[in-house]
Design a protein around this ligand. Sequence first.
Ligand code: LLP
Length: 421
Amino acid sequence: MNHFEYRDSELFCEGVRLSAIATAVGTPAYVYSSATLEHHYAVFKQAFAPRDVLVAFAVKANANIAVLATLARKGAGADTVSQGEIERALKAGVPPERIIFSGVGKTESELAFAVKARVYQINVESVAELDALSRIAGSLGEAPSIAIRVNPDVGAGGHEKISTGKGDAKFGVSPEQALQLYARAHIDPHLTAKGLAVHIGSQIRDLAPLEAAFGVMRGLVERLRGDGITIERLDLGGGLGVPYFNEPDPPSPALYAGMAARVLDGLDIQLAFEPGRMIAANAGVLLARVIRIQERRGRPILVLDAGMNDLIRPAIYDAYHDIRPVQEPPPGARHEPVDVVGPICETGDTFTRNRALPPLQAGDLVAFSSAGAYGATMASTYNARALAPEVLVRGDQFEIVRRRWTLDEQLALERLPEWMK
Ligand code: LLP
């Protein structure tokens, strides 16, 4: 469920007309619905009830501090992969004891930062990282809580570039190695071994690979406990798919949680999850305006003022995003095939080809659905374009939660070298 609906022949976000936002902030612009964010968080969390699980929102999906604060106020934690993301989460009011720090390439200074911040858990991905963390923690006189990231050799996900759990992916260690590393961390005075972590991919539409991965995790917990080694936590990652409205809906959080409960039945352990897309994707749209229609033989091209720099998912994953006119098309409006492109100078800047859309004209507004996750966070300034602003809606109010950059601000970071002056 999301809160982007037609009312009075116009697309609204909660109680606000998207056209009013476009007038106030210009386009392209990201617009997020507080009610949808909160609803998705609640649905995910309650799916596990009465078990109290830590729901650590994957900050990489949407890192705006107003979005993070909206979720934090409902009790969400944060799954982070850089010092920048930890700092964003802290700034948004996520308490350190709800922050997970993951990632294959944590630098020593990032590890030191996380240790000092006393985050809930650092997910260690390799032998070398475990050694570095032990050394850093020792020198700081701390003993951070850690989990070992397991690569269960189960692939999943909506696209090969977002599958992380196959044996040859760069993430985590093999199940056997995880047992050794965990046992080693367990006796290390500079580390507090708490658990094991797994994440096999993103936009997963089939519970079977998740079930297989969770089964591997259960087996590892039982083996450690069988050897008399305590383990308190399992971090089962993110990855649950969301509807993008071009294919059947993925499993619901209730089915996902039911599967997890079945696989882990009788295992006394604290659970954490790291959903990103499931919470944020359908809580946001990218608002854009039609610059002009390029007529040509075959079918017309709709040129928008949003480009691949604003929303790169179609260009790199062939991702489908529903495109809805902000002005509701009249009943029975004829849908004609068009290509929809942005202004960037490369062919990759094509959002979709041969999509049947209702009639649109220069100046009309459109909204890309499902753009609240991996939209703004993956944007760039390619072609010297400004990062699109972000707007948060609550009921009938909206506020700009990241304003558009000015060119002066971009240029302020650059200078000519001395030898050119
Ligand atoms: N935990 C870890 C360790 C992850 O690597 C990820 C996503 C998540 C949690 C959150 O996964 P989610 O629940 O959002 O599926 N840019 C791509 C998605 C990359 C996902 C990377 N890892 C896209 O736009 O589809």
